[in-house]
Ligand binder design. Structure first.
Ligand SMILES: [Fe+2]
Length: 495
């Protein structure tokens, strides 16, 4: 097996009951559902060029403490029921039958293909994450076409269409943000035009969508995520920009993601929108920086100070560097980031009846610059101040995939690292337990044992940050993107 099996395809689909080495907490009875590129192979020996274009595969890990794995002879007292499956979407069927017409980053496209992929029949290779809205589980990507997934079988049940007349765009954001206090989810879409617009929406559990507000831009930014607090929606408009008219010009063109251009002179516009009125309260500009992931955001001093953490990358030639060819060569700098804190002082504008707050400022503070990827916080702290950030641990410069995961304490600056001697790690997901402190719970992460050619699910103690349980999978899992823990997706009784 080559040095980076994590960037190679997995064709194997399994349902298996796994014996747990160690012990699971008895309250851990839900499921972790992860999503990512499962295979890079198309029909006829062809393959996609870019990591982001691998065909979506979902992985479900259902925790079953106190019940032995079905058919187990190990004597282990707890089980994890595992299933992995390709999302059988339109994109999947086309790719497997030789009709692949280009994803976000693979192959040149014609205008007709671009319009189809983003407008008339948006591309549905939803390989970024699975989120729950109401009672639906949606696999998401950056086209505005969500795929409804059965959380048990991982089968595709159809496409999801929001109700309502909110203004829509051609580019969506896969990272919805939920306020756990209200349960409301927010999202935004980008509408291309002579003047382009970001439309912010609040999503309702019944499948509806309320228009919160809109912001114009002359050149849309690539924004993979955004920030949410109890009062504010924050769009960080990085200077990685696309010319919307070029995108709509006839002729063959580079893949969609390569049409974004790094324009550092623009700086980074921080758009602060009032969550209830939709008014833009402030739009200060920070120095040029790029980031895929907002970690969390919160307010201080009665909402007069807005704080948000972003995993930043100094230069956004990043996306082009994520071709499978360069990743397999060990060029991983585009993935390794650092944790930065942005603070916007809103003291002078929150009381104003009208917006126009270009005079506000944003400051930046480096929290941790030793190399991270896919940072997360406890979902109990979303929209509220957090103390701990969990992330994959990357070297800087990054010539190797993450060989550990870190827990960073934003109050003390202390860092705990967990590794297991040469394994490659995925995104750490914190699941809050029943303890009083923020880190009382477990951290779930999938590690790839390169020597064995297999992956294992690791359950780390959130406070001690050491291993308390593991379950070995029947195969290796390619490096994936994001997971979500769903407490309500429970084990089915055996039989
Ligand atoms: Fe992401």
């Amino acid at each position: 097996m080559e040095s980076y099996p994590g960037f190679h395809s997995l064709e194997d689909e399994r349902a298996a009951s796994l014996a747990v080495e160690g012990s699971l907490p008895e309250w851990l009875t839900g499921s972790l559902i992860r999503n990512g590129p499962g295979t890079f192979s198309l029909a006829g020996g062809e393959s996609v060029d870019h990591w982001f274009d691998g065909l979506a595969m979902c992985y479900r890990f259902t925790f079953d403490p106190g019940n032995q794995a079905r058919g187990s002879t190990t004597g282990a007292e707890d089980a994890v029921h595992y299933r992995n499956r390709f999302l059988e979407t339109d994109a999947y069927e086309e790719a497997r039958t030789g009709q692949f017409t280009g994803g976000f980053a693979t192959g040149e496209t014609t205008l007709r293909e671009r319009l189809r992929a983003f407008v008339t029949e948006p591309y549905d290779n939803t390989n970024i994450i699975v989120e729950r809205i109401g009672d639906r589980y949606l696999a998401l990507t950056e086209s505005p076409r969500a795929v409804v997934v059965d959380p048990d079988t991982l089968g595709v049940e159809g496409h999801f269409q929001y109700d309502g007349s909110a203004p829509v765009g051609q580019l969506a954001c896969a990272h919805l943000k939920r306020d756990p206090a209200t349960g409301t989810m927010f999202n935004f879409e980008t509408e291309f035009g002579r003047t382009s617009t970001y439309h912010v929406h609040a999503l309702t559990d019944d499948g509806g969508r309320r228009h919160v507000g809109s912001v114009e831009t002359d050149a849309p930014a690539y924004m993979h995520s955004f920030a949410l607090t109890p009062r504010y929606v924050v769009l960080t408009e990085f200077p990685l920009r696309v010319n919307p008219l070029t995108f709509l010009t006839p002729g063959r063109q580079a893949p969609f993601i390569e049409q974004f251009e790094w324009q550092p002179d623009r700086g980074t516009r921080v758009i602060v929108m009032d969550r209830s009125s939709g008014r833009v309260l402030a739009e200060p500009v920070a120095d040029a920086v790029f980031g895929f992931h907002h970690v969390n955001a919160f307010e201080r001093d009665g909402g007069t100070e807005l704080v948000f953490d972003v995993e930043t990358i100094p230069d956004a030639t990043a996306i082009g560097e994520l071709s499978l060819e360069s990743l397999r060569d060990g060029d991983l700098n585009a993935i390794a980031g650092r944790l930065e804190r942005f603070t916007v002082d809103l003291g002078g504008v929150t009381g104003r009846a009208r917006y126009g707050a270009e005079d506000t400022t944003v400051s930046r503070e480096m929290l941790y610059d030793d190399g991270t990827a896919l940072p997360t916080v406890s979902p109990a702290r979303w929209c509220r101040s957090h103390r701990y950030v969990y992330a994959m641990s990357m070297d800087q410069p990054a010539t190797e995939w993450a060989t550990g995961v870190v827990k960073y304490d934003t109050e003390t600056g202390d860092v705990s690292e967990f590794d297991s001697g040469g394994d490659y790690f995925g995104e750490p997901i914190f699941v809050p337990g029943d303890g009083a402190t923020e880190d009382a719970g477990v951290v779930l992460t999938v590690a790839l044992d390169v020597d064995a050619g297999r992956s294992r699910l690791l359950v780390l103690d959130g406070q001690r940050f050491d291993e308390r349980a593991r379950a070995v999978l029947p195969h290796f899992v390619p490096f994936d993107f994001h997971g979500r823990y769903f407490p309500e997706v429970r084990a089915k009784p055996a039989g």
